[in-house]
Design a protein around this ligand. Structure first.
Ligand code: TEU
Length: 630
């Protein structure tokens, strides 16, 4: 039991303490290495408020202690040989259905559109598809607000179209995972309607209603509470006003989730990506959020639900009841969760999740998504080195740079067009040669970049639109739009670029979202025929990873750790060994540590590198003396 008399080093030795302190320091733009100093380590928690002149206050300490004391477990330290699984070998491809392919020319992507592109995905080489929500929804948040879990969204097609898609995926030897959004439902879901209409029925307790509201804020701006006349009460919504948080404390709610998961698994889907699944357990009594933490991370109250007291219990129950009978796969989306917590959520002996998406690599220290800044890949090197060395053999890392909630990575690192292709290829090479399971987001394989939206009217995303209104309270339109442009989720949501034709071959009518200032540069059509394209580099790398066990299960050793701009590592499994050499900058960088016998296998420049690495140059070398590719 930790108390205010405990010392910083004891907090840092605790898995949750390590993650929380690391995260706080990261947000402040500092490294957690200072915590290792004996002087700092010996400081008692109770003197922190005085020492930090109130920056760390009493309320913060109480919350921290509650979080720490709520987690009695520590990750095991034994390192056994990693077990094999299809999802460790697979490369996943995320489809955002609204923007992938429109088959009926209403300007909205749909299921039949996806089915028509399965051969494309097969030739790309991916093994599994993650489909963002396709369920019936009023689309306040593009399907992440579900009205009926057992119905397909009308614009996307019918259940027969879904069955055909699933069959097509399986016929090609690929797998399908669905998006499970069960932290909340739409306010138009039957359960919520009944909760309002018949508060005394069983549905009355399906959501989180309170007579008074606390200070928690929504991720989509403003208070996280909405007042309902019908009950004279507030209901909690961590996301939009139409996304009502479910009450997981109610066993009937958990049973509903078990049932709907089973319903889809019976249909034959292979697993789920679980939307904000770490938010499902809220601290009892819903205490006020700490304003200082709120100011630091931008949202108030998160410390009371991002790693809630019953999270492990709920996940175990869900796995045992619904996933395990089908041996189904799960990857949790877990914002705010660090490496130690991820271990406790995914270790193979814990029976909770198979993998999680950790988000700490997406912004460099001290930045948030809406800051207009250049991402320094040296931070990615530091971050990934830590995970590669310390995540352990009981856990598997989900590797990714992009998804439907983030701007394009190439644009974040270096928007200079002369580097677009080499940089897109460098990112790909890291994704497919680091240790973990790669997830790519539609269009990433073409090196798609951010859109140059010219006005707020071109944006559709509720997060961007709400934030824009919020920002206008303190800044002018130009400054507000600049921020939105830096972080908008719509950069990733513009239509997939299939051809150089009108609307990029996505549709024959005007798409639901602004499309197109980039069609000619970047499309499946143009890149397919170009040997040096980003697309063909993806194809080559995915195939290569699939053929070499060393890249899937092999050990990883990071070399040249202190060398700025140079990221080098070895993957080996006793039989084969590869040396991967990356220049993380747009400067010329001297190579270091490559052996003279190394044999070049794949690289992002047409010819082999010399002693000097060109901007963003990456080369995969065979480093075991063998020269054949197999
Ligand atoms: O996102 C959850 C989430 O917290 C963030 O990653 C998200 O970027 C948000 O903007 C917070 O700033 C998931 C989904 O991926 C997202 O599309 C949904 O809008 C959200 O949950 C609600 O379901």
């Amino acid at each position: 039991m930790l108390t205010k008399n405990s010392r910083i080093k004891e907090v840092y030795a605790h898995p949750v303490g390590r993650d929380v302190l690391g995260k706080v320091l990261l947000q402040m733009g500092r490294s957690d290495r200072i915590l290792l100093s004996p002087l700092i380590g010996s400081i008692k928690l109770k003197i922190l408020p005085t020492l930090t002149k109130g920056a760390v206050d009493d309320a913060f300490l109480s919350t921290l202690l509650e979080l720490l004391n709520g987690e009695p477990d520590t990750p095991r330290r034994d390192e056994l040989a990693e077990t094999s699984a299809w999802w460790k070998e697979a490369v996943f491809y995320q489809i955002y259905p609204r923007s992938f392919k429109d088959s009926d020319n209403d300007g909205i992507g749909d299921l039949r559109g996806i089915t028509s592109k399965l051969d494309y995905l097969k030739t790309l080489g991916v093994n599994a598809i993650w489909l963002s929500p396709v369920y019936d929804s009023p689309n306040d948040d593009n399907g992440y607000d579900i009205r009926d879990y057992r119905k397909i969204m009308t614009e996307f097609g019918t259940m027969a179209d879904f069955d055909e898609l699933l069959e097509g995926i399986h016929a090609r030897g690929m797998r399908l995972i669905m998006d499970l959004v069960v932290n909340h439902t739409s306010d138009e879901h039957q359960w919520f309607k009944k909760a309002l209409e018949e508060p005394d029925s069983k549905y009355g307790n399906y959501y989180i209603f309170r007579d008074t509201r606390n200070n928690w804020t929504s991720f989509f701006s403003g208070s996280a509470w909405r007042f309902f006349e019908e009950r004279g009460q507030y209901a909690l919504h961590l996301f939009s006003k139409k996304q009502m948080d479910l009450n997981w404390e109610n066993p009937e709610v958990r049973q509903e989730v078990d049932d709907l998961v089973g319903w889809w698994l019976k249909k034959g889907v292979d697993g789920f990506r679980m939307d904000v699944v770490n938010y499902i357990s809220k601290r009892e009594g819903l205490p006020e959020g700490n304003e200082k933490i709120g100011a630091l991370i931008g949202f108030t109250g998160m410390e009371h639900y991002f790693y809630g007291p019953r999270l492990h219990e709920y996940l175990r129950e869900l796995k045992a009841h619904a996933f395990a009978p089908f041996n189904a796969f799960s990857v949790g989306e877990t914002p705010g969760v660090g490496m130690q917590m991820s271990k406790l959520l995914t270790a193979d002996y814990r029976g909770e999740l198979d993998m999680v998406f950790s988000f700490d690599q997406l912004e460099t220290p001290g930045h948030v998504r809406f800051d207009d800044y250049r991402y320094d890949l040296n931070y990615y090197k530091k971050y990934i080195t830590d995970w590669m060395e310390n995540y352990g053999s009981h856990c598997r890392m989900a590797l990714f740079f992009e998804n439907h909630d983030n701007p394009r990575m190439v644009s974040k690192v270096n928007p200079d067009p002369q580097y677009r292709t080499v940089l897109a290829k460098l990112l790909a090479a890291m994704l497919f040669t680091l240790k973990g399971t790669p997830f790519i987001f539609q269009g990433q394989e073409l090196g798609m970049i951010n859109r140059s939206f010219s006005s707020i009217n071109e944006l559709q995303d509720i997060e961007s639109l709400n934030l824009y209104d919020e920002l206008l309270k303190t800044m002018d339109e130009k400054a507000a739009f600049k921020k939105i442009l830096a972080g908008s989720r719509d950069h990733a949501r513009v239509p997939m670029q299939w051809t150089i034709g009108r609307f990029a071959g996505f549709s024959e009518t005007e798409p639901w979202i602004y499309s197109g200032d980039d069609d000619s540069l970047c499309s499946v059509e143009t890149q397919s025929g170009d040997k040096a394209s980003v697309l063909n580099f993806y194809r080559e790398l995915i195939a290569f990873r699939g053929e070499h066990d060393a890249l899937i299960y092999g050990d990883i050793e990071i070399l040249n750790k202190k060398e700025k701009d140079l990221f080098t590592y070895r993957r080996s499994n006793g039989e084969e060994s590869f040396y991967i050499e990356c220049n993380l900058s747009d400067n010329i960088k001297k190579q270091k540590g490559r052996s003279a016998e190394a044999f070049r296998v794949i690289g992002n420049y047409p010819d082999a590198p010399s002693m000097l690495l060109r901007p963003y140059e990456v080369t995969i070398w065979r480093a075991d003396g063998k020269r054949s590719l197999k």
